[in-house]
Design a binder for this molecule. Structure first.
Ligand SMILES: [Zn+2]
Ligand SMILES: [Zn+2]
Length: 282
């Protein structure tokens, strides 16, 4: 256990208890929900589908913008995230998998990144990303962006208390709801894909790992719950392979593509559908 990393992580959980002191307002809950949605999209579309799997292209400024939003999620920088995730796919549920539930539920959910080994970035996995100095900077100073977001939320809350008292919010209230509650829920939702999506759900494809498709987790994580689909074919920007498999990240990426912000969204090839246990239908 790396206590220097684990104590702030535990502290973020304890800070959520602050809701009993700071109270609640519609505005604070709306900010928490909006920051959950924006940052979940940054994690799934960019940290995962873009940085880890290169399933579409974008401009360098937009690459940085979404890396920055992702970095505010307290899931470290994009290089660390992608390196760990690429190792996960390479060794999925084998002994070298950084977070397989075969090695224990809690280890796969939170234990893996609180260890000294989990803190290290495996640079051999990410030569394509490491050549961007701005991404290396985000990784190097991974606490800076979250702290900046927390301070900004506090200042916004304090300003609104003074100039828009009708909203019923305050600096401490916006800090607790907008930062601590939103970030902790976002974190646990994200890591359910490591823990629960390798345990509970159905298997459409015979992969070597234990990955599952789980509609509830897909709803919570904007499409990442179609994890058995994803392990069978990680090279697609889309993870809900059938029309009824809700994949909010995919819809978001389609919208960004229509606006010309991203391009080259990699589709699901026909041969993939032919390997499905439940028929070749889409
Ligand atoms: Zn997995
Ligand atoms: Zn993946």
């Amino acid at each position: 256990m790396d206590w220097l990393r684990a104590l702030p992580f535990l502290g973020m959980h304890l800070a959520c208890l602050g809701v009993f002191w700071v109270g609640v307002s519609c505005f604070a809950v709306a900010v928490a929900a909006a920051l959950y949605a924006l940052r979940m999209f940054a994690i799934t579309a960019f940290y995962h589908r873009y940085f880890s799997h290169r399933t579409f292209r974008t401009s360098r400024p937009l690459q940085f913008l979404f890396a920055l939003i992702g970095a505010s999620s307290v899931q470290r920088g994009p290089l660390w995230w992608a390196a760990h995730h690429r190792n996960h796919h390479r060794h999925a549920d084998a002994p070298a998998d950084p977070h397989s539930p075969r090695h224990g539920f809690w280890r796969s959910h939170v234990g893996w990144f609180l260890t000294r080994a989990g803190f290290r970035t495996d640079w051999s996995r990410i030569p394509d990303l490491a050549r961007y100095p701005e991404l290396r900077w985000l990784d190097r100073y991974d606490t800076l962006v979250p702290v900046a977001l927390a301070v900004a939320l506090y200042l916004l809350g304090a300003a609104l208390q003074r100039w828009a008292p009708g909203l019923g919010t305050s600096g401490p209230q916006l800090l607790v709801w907008g930062f601590f509650v939103s970030t902790v829920v976002l974190f646990h939702a994200t890591v359910t894909i490591n823990s629960l999506a390798h345990r509970f759900g159905s298997r459409r494809f015979d992969t070597r790992d234990d990955s599952r498709n789980n509609a509830w987790l897909a709803l919570l994580t904007f499409g990442e719950g179609w994890h058995n689909n994803h392990h069978f074919f990680p090279g697609s920007a889309r993870q809900g392979f059938r029309w009824w498999e809700l994949d909010l990240t995919w819809y978001g990426l389609r919208l960004m593509s229509a606006l010309g912000l991203v391009s080259g969204l990699k589709p699901v090839p026909a041969w993939v559908h032919a390997h499905a246990r439940d028929g070749a239908g889409r």
